[in-house]
Design a protein around this ligand. Sequence first.
Ligand code: ATP
Ligand code: MG
Length: 399
Amino acid sequence: MIKVDKLPEVFIKAMPVLQILEDAGFEAYFVGGSVRDLLLDRHVHDVDITTSAYPEEVKELFEKSIDTGIKHGTVTVLYGGESYEITTFRTESGYQDFRRPDHVTFVQNLDEDLKRRDFTINALAMDLHGQIVDLFNGIEDLKNHIIRAVGDPEKRFHEDALRMMRAVRFTSQLKFNLEEKTGQAIKDNHELLKKISVERIRDEFVKMGLGPHSRQAFQIFLDTQLSEDVPDFAGKKELLQIYPRLQFSPTLETSLWSLIIILLKLPNEEISRFMRDWKNSNAMTEQVGRIIKFFDLISDYTPNDYELFQAGERTIINTIDVAHILGQPVASEALVDRYMALPIKKPAELAIDGRFLIKHGMRPGAQLGHTLNQIRELVVSSRLENSPDAIEKYLENLD
Ligand code: ATP
Ligand code: MG
C-alpha cells in the first residue's frame, strides 16, 4: 500500500478525477508508466487513468472533454487546469498486420485491461487509496530491473512488433535488462519490425538513444538483430558496433543522429536522404547537416573567425558535444571563447545592409551581394570596424 499523502503532486492533483469516477459508481485507477515511475522514484510527468466507465459516461461526468481516441476508448478530460487521458478498460484483438489491433473491446474488469499491456512493469495499476494491483509480478521485476513481456513474449510481439523496440528502449531509459525469454523472442522475431511504420520506430529509437543506458541498449539492439530491420542500418553492424564503445551517451537528439551518421561514414550527399528515410523533420535534418559539416571542418584544421561565425553558436556547441562523445579531442573552450569574442555573431548585427550599399552608388545584383559578404567577412575577422563610417571609408577606397 502506497501512502497517498506522500504521493508526488501530479497524483494528488489527479485524485479528484478518480474520486468523481468512483463516486459515480465506476472503478478508476492510475495505470502504466506513471505507476511504474512512482515505484521507481522516477519523475512522473503525466498520469494515465483507466476506468470501467464507457467514454460516453466519462464525458457526462466532466464539464470539459476532448474525444482524443474515442473509438479506442480514450477521452481527454480537462480538470483543475490539467488534462488527463482516461481510457475505458479494454482488450484488443485481431492484430492481423502485426501492428494495430483490428478492434478493441471494452470490458468490465481491470484484469483484462492489464493483460493487454506490454511489459509486467507497465501493467501496474493504483487506486485512489494507494492500493497497487500487480497481476504479473511487475513489482518483483521492478526490483530486479527486468523487462518481461506480459504473457507469452512470442505471441505478444506477433500482436504488435513495436513492442520489441519498446523493450529495448526501456532497458536504456530504466537501466534494466531483458528477461531471457523476452530477449530470445525478440531475436527470433526481429524481422516483424519491418511491418511497423518508421515514425513509430524512430520515436522509440530516439528514446533509446537518449536514455542513460543508451550504449548498453544499443548493444542489445545490435545483438537481437533489430538493427537489421530499421532504415539504412542493414549490413552495417560492424560500423555501428562502435556505438556501445563511445565515451558517453548522447543527451541531445541532434547528437544522436550526428553520431550515427559519422559511424556509418555516410558521405555528405547522403545525409539528407538518410534523415528522410528515418522521417526526421526538415529542421532536424538541417541542424544535423550543419553539425556534420562543422565536425568535418574542425577534424581537419582550426577554423578561422569567419568559419566560426558561419557555423553559429548552436552548431559549435552541438559539434563539440559530438566530438566529446566520440572521444575526439577538440579545443572546445578555445572555440567557444573565440566565437564569443567575435565582433558580430549574426548577419543582422552588421552595421550596414544592402540598402546602404545602394545609397552609396552600387546597383542591386550579384556584385552587391559579393561586396556585402566581403564586408561581413572583414568585420567578423576584425579587419574592419563595424560602423557605417568605417564601412563607408572602405567603400570609397574600393573605387
Ligand atoms: P513513457 O514514460 O515513455 O510515456 P509509458 O510506459 O507511459 O512510458 P506510453 O507509450 O505512454 O509509455 O504508454 C502508456 C502505457 O500503455 C504503457 O505503460 C503500457 O501499459 C501501455 N502500452 C503502450 N504501448 C503499448 C503497446 N505497444 N502494447 C501494449 N501496451 C502498450
Ligand atoms: Mg506515457
